[in-house]
Design a binder for this molecule. Structure first.
Ligand SMILES: [Zn+2]
Length: 452
């Protein structure tokens, strides 16, 4: 039989004209009955779903798995959500991000909740002191729509990395429960080679930012992270993690051992906790922290201490934010600790002034100098004891003296009351204990390196 494509096309056109009419009719009904439309679509969808499911049963296990993954796919979930949203479920889930000055009351008012209900919840939460949350926290609120207002079904929010709060309606009362994750202590050893900077390399190695900061602090007296680090330098850090049952890190503990290879020199530091000698020590039991000198000048007399005093030039009472040492003009002044020169210049009433950054916490400053030490310029690295200048009377000063300041985290503190762990070497019993501890750490370190 010869084929008759023309007839087929005509049939098709007729058919589609009929279809069009039918579709128009359906749309008319749908405009009036929106929900009927959703119902039909849903019914259609489930019919297809059932058919496909029936088909699947005849297929291989592999195909079944594929289908399951489709059901779990975003596409399927989107369709599902679309239907549920439009079916006008009385239950709604709200995700709210806390902003500054939010209170639980303020947040709940946004969801048209009865005041009486809000008050009940607020009282319960306050009783248990569980609403100390920070801006940025995600709160999940599930509400049920009623005639005039919404009712709370549940509220859920985290207070910190391991604690969450759940508020659930139980008849007419609200039950507030605090859930604390059980954490397991874990020891890890992570290392990397530095290409750009320590921070990037450490992040790449999977080290948590607070451990990186701690690491930088430990080495702060030994390594200048801006200047000393070269491509190819390396580090290793052995520390505590606290993980939940899913092995997700929820918090970190102390650094047990840290090592840096800088310019082919290796410096390994061990955490040692022994009474007042708590801190980090090298293989020889020498403390990494070198104390800042109380008196960075020889043969001087303390002439004015830190505190309120009558200013010798201004004449009125003023907080003296440093310590003065009277000494003959030209007496050498030493860097009270190793660090990098921040300033070496004339500076305000200080006259000739030098400041040194020792680590991320401490800066020291020296004023009224007659002249600067040789080579003391901004950015130069100095060791403890290096001569940075000479006593003078430049700036706002009545006679030759050194004005010495210790600045901790940007705040001037009394240098004479400064309590820094000494940089001395452990001896006798403390040294023996340290040796035992150090060997234990080395053994554990070797095990952990082999495991990873
Ligand atoms: Zn002074």
């Amino acid at each position: 039989m010869p084929k008759m494509p023309g007839a087929k096309i005509n049939n098709f056109i007729n058919l589609s004209a009929v279809l069009k009419k039918k579709i128009l009719l359906i749309f008319n009904i749908l405009n009036q009955k929106k929900y009927l439309f959703y119902f039909i679509l849903l019914a259609f969808f489930f019919t297809v779903y059932a058919l496909v499911l029936g088909q699947i049963k005849h297929h291989t296990k592999l195909k079944e798995n594929n289908f399951n993954s489709f059901l779990e796919s975003n596409e399927f979930n989107n369709i599902k959500e679309y239907f549920f949203e439009n079916l006008n479920s009385p239950y709604k889930e709200h995700n709210y991000t806390v902003v500054n000055n939010d209170t639980l009351e303020k947040i709940l008012k946004k969801y048209n909740i009865k005041n009486s209900e809000i008050n009940k919840i607020a009282v319960e939460v306050k009783k248990k002191k569980l609403f100390n949350i920070y801006a940025g926290t995600e709160i999940k609120v599930v509400t049920k729509k009623e005639k005039e207002s919404n009712r709370i079904i549940s509220i859920f929010y985290p207070i910190d990395g391991i604690t969450t709060v759940e508020i659930k309606k139980n008849k007419d009362e609200f039950r507030v429960t605090k859930n604390v994750l059980k954490l397991n202590r874990k020891e890890v050893v992570l290392s990397n080679t530095i290409k750009n900077n320590l921070y990037t390399a450490a992040i790449q190695a999977g080290i948590e930012p607070n451990i990186i900061v701690e690491f930088a602090n430990i080495f702060g007296f030994e390594v200048d992270f801006q200047r000393d680090i070269r491509t190819g330098d390396a580090f290793e850090v052995y520390y505590e993690q606290f993980v939940d049952d899913d092995n997700i890190v929820r918090s970190t503990g102390k650094i047990i051992y840290a090592s840096m290879l800088v310019n082919n020199k290796e410096l390994s530091l061990y955490n040692f906790e022994n009474d007042s000698r708590k801190g980090y020590y090298d293989v020889d039991g020498k403390s990494v922290i070198k104390t800042l000198m109380k008196t960075p000048i020889n043969g001087a007399r303390l002439s004015s201490s830190f505190g309120i005093r009558k200013h010798p030039i201004l004449g009125y009472n003023k907080l003296h934010q440093g310590t003065d040492f009277a000494a003959p003009r030209g007496t050498p002044i030493m860097a009270s600790g190793s660090g990098v020169v921040l300033r070496s210049q004339k500076y305000k009433g200080y006259g000739n002034y030098v400041s040194i950054r020792h680590n991320s916490t401490y800066v020291t400053a020296y004023g009224h100098m007659s002249k600067f030490g040789r080579g003391i310029k901004k950015g130069v690295r100095v060791n403890q004891g290096r001569i940075i200048g000479y006593v003078g009377s430049t700036g706002m000063s009545t006679g030759p003296h050194l004005h010495y300041e210790v600045i901790k985290n940007g705040k001037r503190i009394n240098s004479q009351r400064l309590k820094l762990p000494s940089g001395k070497i452990l001896s006798n019993e403390a040294r023996n204990k340290f040796e035992v501890e150090r060997i234990k750490i080395d053994v554990r370190l070797a095990e952990l390196r082999n495991n990873s």
